[in-house]
Design a protein around this ligand. Structure first.
Ligand SMILES: Cc1cc2nc3c(=O)[nH]c(=O)nc-3n(C[C@H](O)[C@H](O)[C@H](O)COP(=O)(O)O)c2cc1C
Length: 403
């Protein structure tokens, strides 16, 4: 359960963007964390998601109109006095701009104008809107004014493009508010403070031609859970991520890559001063020998075609060959469909790494849980099935005591 929110009174502000439907999930995550929630929406937001849905979920009428006769008093003053924390999700460009200059002509802005508690803004907009100079000026000013930003992140946008501007995942937004409200931040001891860690995550893509590639089913979830756990324990975190649908946690540096060779170059660039490297990425073992300059055409006859594959660099093994004193602590993942621990022990020996996390493909791929055995030169620890975040903490427990 997300910490820091139990029994807390939280206002969720909803702006008018496509991501407004995700406000429903923000409310649900807050409620799962045992917070009490009330909602205030801009008039535009009500065009994207029905106030009835949010009223139904919270058991209190979503406030949509400063002039609504159902609220005889000053609803914005009452709401802001009630709140112990606030999330605006999505925060549109328009709302950010108007908040920055202190406008108060709708229920959300008037409430924010009175709000005295920690407030998390979760922007969502097209990449060009996000990068626009006016928006960037507004965001910089709002940060200076003390607002906490959750995202945005790089990912698929409503327009069909992929880029910066996607709203941070609702659970992450709620976790950020939880951290702000938690008396003991995140409830974890900060045993990785001063440490720099790199995590590779997700699949690589190996091009056949300009439109086709070879890849695998890795989701990136395990890597992002490790990044989040390391961040919460005080580490400086870099994530080198292949193409993933899942958003990375806030507060970590993300380097996006495509192929195994891109990933190797990005990791090499970040090696300086690194304390630990955790390779969760499903790096393709092979790539097409050639990348065709133009799209390959279908043959007219029925004869099978052959794609020649060549071996990719083995990033972990190459680092493992370095002397232990000149390289970071190395953690690899072994994903198998059978004889999991046997292959993991072999991988530990052959690649000369410090820890192998052995997991089974059908459990590990895609979902939120994982079941693993930690294989080290000193012996194995078999763990029960647990969330990827909980497993990430078990892995950092091990790394932290070894560093
Ligand atoms: C289909 C559609 C999608 C939109 N999506 C976004 C968006 O994702 N982010 C954003 O900042 N504005 C978006 N807008 C523009 C806002 O709806 C518009 O600026 C509105 O005035 C925002 O009002 P509010 O900030 O009071 O909610 C969108 C508009 C339309 C018609």
């Amino acid at each position: 359960m997300i910490q820091g929110l139990s029994g807390k009174r939280i206002v969720v502000g909803v702006g008018g963007g496509i991501a407004a439907f995700k406000a429903v999930e923000v409310v649900r995550h807050l409620q799962r964390a045992q917070a009490e929630v009330r909602v205030v929406m801009t008039p535009s937001a009500t065009r994207f998601v029905g106030p009835t849905t949010l009223s139904g979920l919270t058991g209190r009428a979503a406030v949509t109109d400063l002039w609504d006769p159902r609220y005889p008093g000053e609803v914005h003053v009452e709401l802001s006095a009630w709140a112990q924390g606030c999330i605006v999700a999505p925060a549109t460009q328009n709302t950010l701009a108007r908040l920055k200059i202190g406008m108060a002509d709708d229920a959300l802005l008037a409430t924010l104008a009175c709000m005295a508690c920690p407030t998390v803004l979760a922007p969502a907009m097209h990449e060009r809107m996000w990068n626009g100079p006016a928006n960037q000026r507004n965001v910089a000013q709002l940060r200076e004014d003390g607002y906490t930003f959750a995202g945005p992140v790089t990912g698929p946008l409503a327009s069909g493009h992929t880029g910066m501007g996607r709203m941070q995942e609702p659970e992450e937004i709620v976790a950020i508010l939880g951290t702000l409200l938690d008396d003991a931040p995140s409830g974890l001891h900060q045993d990785l403070t001063g440490r720099r860690v790199l995590i590779s995550a997700g699949p690589t893509q190996e091009d056949l031609d300009p439109v086709r590639y070879i890849t695998n089913r890795s989701s990136g979830r395990m890597g992002f859970a490790l990044a989040r756990a390391a961040r919460d324990r005080g580490a400086e975190v870099v994530v080198v991520a292949g193409a993933t649908e899942v958003s990375p946690p806030a507060g970590v540096r993300v380097v996006k890559v495509r192929s195994a060779r891109d990933m190797q170059a990005a990791i090499d660039d970040a090696l300086d001063g690194l304390d630990a490297l955790v390779m969760t990425a499903a790096v393709a073992d092979y790539r097409p020998a050639e990348r065709a300059e133009h799209k390959l055409k279908k043959q007219t006859d029925e004869a099978p075609i052959t794609i020649e594959l060549v071996k990719n660099p083995d990033i972990l093994a190459e680092l493992g060959r370095r002397r232990a004193t000149t390289r970071p602590f190395l953690v690899g993942f072994a994903m198998e469909t059978r004889d999991i621990v046997k292959y993991a022990r072999r991988k530990l020996r052959e690649k000369r790494v410090d820890l192998i996390v052995a997991n089974e493909a059908s459990v590990a791929f895609g979902g939120d849980d994982n079941e693993a055995t930690l294989v080290t030169p000193e012996g194995d620890t078999t763990l029960p099935r647990m969330s990827k975040l909980a497993l990430a903490h078990r892995i950092w427990d091990h790394v932290s005591s070894a560093l």
